[in-house]
Design a protein around this ligand. Structure first.
Ligand SMILES: Cc1ncc(COP(=O)(O)O)c(C=O)c1O
Length: 412
């Protein structure tokens, strides 16, 4: 008898659908594709030699710590180093306010698990990071997009949305934001906006989840003070990660927040994985303590800046003037807006794939049915040569689309 697996799935997991981004993993593995799709770090930027030496030292000098289970909340040494780093950046915090997670993605999952009831509205940016939205949705949360402009989420849009949902008896409890070099738009929320959003959160008693995997990767100016740094009420839960500043392969991130919240997250984590990788934590600790990670971040800033410049310069040179794009001051992503008279970005992607170039079309990032004429381009992974070739190829495609559209418009 063949098993009808869908009949066995819990009601909760019926909501889970595959992410559009994951579907690109298979695509990006094909060597003939130049992919601007995945938000992966550059493969060539992994500090293999330093990692190899540190691992050898760890096993030789303290194999018990590195190879044994760790406490659920994570190694005290690592939490101490991270809390000191956060405090230096103005985000005052003690080791006990911090829990180590399997990347910040696990932080999102655990927060969704302890905060979200089925049907709860969750305020997110419009557009927003797909993995964040998926975490909330997988516990029955309903994402509600807050419109953004070049300064970040728009406070009046946020207030209207809060009022509307409150009137309908579904008061939002949580706002999820990526304030620095946002995934997918590359937008950094201005300091003024951070104060305004925090004031709204305070007025309507909303918790802010601040997800900051890209903030250290600024190319020119440092980022504004974090929500966590300007919060006076302990209503900001902060997520950090080693994935983009060291390597994602160790799956180490952290969550900082008030103690009662951290205790609850720790209980939820016990059933998820008992603890994060001890080896990964010890590696992150040893490379942070000796200053290597900070030095490496400095190098990454200049390497990713070159890639950003290559992509922006090439887009300026090769894309028709009607195509607009963001100019991020750091991170991995550029958001591209196509003219409304173009076919949907999904169709443009099909044309691009025929020429072996990939990006992510915009719909999956939207809670409000938007993104039809937008796309996310990531410059982090391909080499500069591929960036230049890929953007030139796309330019040729888009000029043909432009010509087709002009013919159609003229004949109407
Ligand atoms: C905004 C954002 N948050 C969280 C994550 C998850 O990162 P990790 O779990 O590797 O720390 C990503 C990964 O791309 C991201 O872009």
């Amino acid at each position: 008898m063949s098993i009808e697996w869908h009949n066995f799935f819990s009601n909760r997991t019926r909501n889970i659908t595959g992410s559009q981004i994951r579907q690109f993993f298979a695509l990006t593995e094909k060597p003939e594709i130049i992919s601007f799709a995945g938000g992966f770090p550059g493969n060539d930027y992994f500090p293999e030699e330093d990692i190899s030496q540190a691992l050898t030292r760890l096993i030789r000098e303290d194999s018990r710590q590195a190879l044994q289970y760790s406490p659920t909340e994570g190694s005290y040494d690592l939490r101490k180093v991270l809390s000191e780093k956060m405090s230096r950046d103005g985000k005052s915090c003690e080791a006990d306010n911090l829990i180590i997670t399997d990347g910040s993605q696990q932080g999102l999952d655990l927060l969704a698990r302890i905060l979200i009831n089925a049907g709860d509205p969750v305020l997110v940016e419009e557009p927003a990071y797909i993995g964040g939205m998926s975490a909330f949705k997988s516990y029955g949360g309903v994402t509600v997009g807050i419109e953004m402009d070049s300064e970040g989420p728009i406070p009046s849009s946020m207030e209207q949305t809060i009022k509307k949902h409150t009137r309908d008896g579904r008061r939002p409890k949580v706002f999820y934001t990526v304030p620095n070099f946002q995934n997918p738009t590359g937008i950094t929320t201005s300091l003024q906006r951070r104060y305004e959003i925090l004031a709204l959160a305070s007025r309507y008693n909303i918790i802010i989840i601040e997800d900051n995997p890209y903030g250290d990767l600024y190319f020119e100016e440092d980022v504004p003070l974090s929500y966590k740094a300007i919060d006076r009420e302990d209503r900001v839960l902060y997520l950090g990660s080693y994935s983009k500043i060291l390597i994602p392969g160790i799956r180490i991130g952290w969550l900082a927040g008030p103690k009662p919240l951290i205790e609850k997250v720790s209980m939820a984590k016990q059933t998820a994985d008992l603890c994060s990788s001890s080896l990964g934590q010890q590696l992150a600790y040893s490379l942070s303590r000796n200053g290597f990670v900070d030095k490496h971040i400095g190098l990454l800033r200049s390497l990713y800046r070159e890639k950003r410049d290559a992509m922006i310069d090439s887009m300026e040179q090769h894309f028709p003037a009607g195509i607009n794009f963001s100019r991020p001051g750091g991170g991995f992503f550029i958001w591209v807006n196509f003219p409304a008279y173009y076919p949907a970005s999904k169709e443009l992607l099909d044309l691009a794939l025929q020429q072996n170039v990939a990006f992510v079309h915009g719909e999956g990032f939207s809670s409000n049915g938007g993104g039809l004429h937008s796309a996310r381009f990531s410059f982090s992974q391909p080499c500069i040569e591929d960036i230049l070739f890929g953007i030139r190829t796309l330019g040729e495609i888009f000029w043909e689309v432009e010509a087709d559209c002009s013919v159609k418009i003229a004949s109407q």
